[in-house]
Design a protein around this ligand. Structure first.
Ligand code: ATP
Length: 270
């Protein structure tokens, strides 16, 4: 459901099976988010506080949102998502109020996972400029910090944030009791790309000549979102030829097409 300023999903359908690569990252997030939700007594017995917030950082399109949704699925938690840039640009003057409402709703719907995408849009370190836009951003950030400090971490509300720009984040966000667990989500390596290609071709009719390992080798530097696009484009090449299965050649053409589109896009926007 789309509530004013936020997205609420009862329990997302994505699972860890839908994520290619990222094995160690999945382990880490399970330990930080899932374990405290499913076995809180262990933390009580041992006497340590589970992390309240986890920060996922790394380049765009690598599966940060996907991972957060899979955690919510696994824990049967509500998934509440806001986008940092929208909080301060789309709903001008209401960022702080939206943050308050977000946490209220999360507590009401617990167990729940709050996902804050593009947290750098509200959490960039402060400079001393005092334009009204900056003040709005600061007010929103202050509200977020207050909300995080205000609820106790034995509760069943967990916060996951994502950023492509960890370098500009305000240190205040990373203090103990806030986003004190950081997980890097990198671009997929060869093995990761193969795993992602397998996931996104699972429901496709592939010809016998298709060599996904070769496709993985030819797509160095591509992220998960781009790999998914390559699979869809390969399917489109097959459909244009009125073929019912996708050939290796279709994948090669898709890689070429998307690489040219990418270059052209960058040429026009730079
Ligand atoms: P951004 O930083 O741009 O928000 P993100 O890291 O949150 O990106 P996602 O939104 O999770 O990236 O990825 C976009 C889509 O790309 C996913 O819905 C999925 O289809 C595909 N994708 C990305 N990474 C992976 C992955 N590791 N495994 C499988 N699919 C992936």
């Amino acid at each position: 459901a789309q509530i004013y300023g936020m997205e609420l999903v009862e329990s997302p359908k994505e699972t860890y099976e839908n994520i290619g690569g990222l094995g160690p990252q999945i382990e880490e997030i399970r330990e930080a988010v899932e374990l405290p939700l499913t076995k809180p007594h262990l933390f009580e017995k041992v006497g340590i506080a589970p992390p309240k917030g986890v920060l996922l950082y790394g380049p765009p399109g690598t599966g940060k949102t996907l991972l957060a949704r899979a955690v919510a699925h696994q824990t049967n938690a509500h998934f509440l998502r806001v986008v940092g840039s929208e909080l301060v640009q789309k709903y001008i003057g209401e960022g702080a109020r939206l943050v308050r409402e977000l946490f209220d709703l999360a507590k009401q719907k617990a167990p729940s996972i709050i996902f804050i995408d593009e947290i750098d849009a509200i959490g960039a370190h402060r400079n001393d400029s005092t334009t009204s836009g900056d003040r709005e951003v600061q007010r929103t950030l202050m509200q977020l910090l207050a909300e995080m400090d205000g609820f106790d971490n034995r509760g069943d509300v967990k916060i996951i944030a994502a950023t492509n720009r960890i370098d500009i984040l305000d240190r205040a966000l990373l203090r103990p009791g806030r986003f004190d667990r950081m997980i890097e989500i990198p671009l997929p390596d060869l093995e990761g790309r193969l795993a992602i290609l397998k996931i996104h071709t699972m429901n496709m009719s592939l010809g016998e000549d298709v060599n996904l390992a070769e496709v993985a080798r030819l797509t160095e530097g591509k992220n998960g979102a781009e790999l998914r696009a390559i699979c869809m484009e390969a399917g489109m090449f097959a459909i244009r030829m009125e073929h019912e299965t996708v050939s290796h050649e279709d994948f090669i053409k898709a890689i070429e097409k998307l690489s040219t589109d990418f270059d052209r896009h960058h040429f026009h926007t730079s």
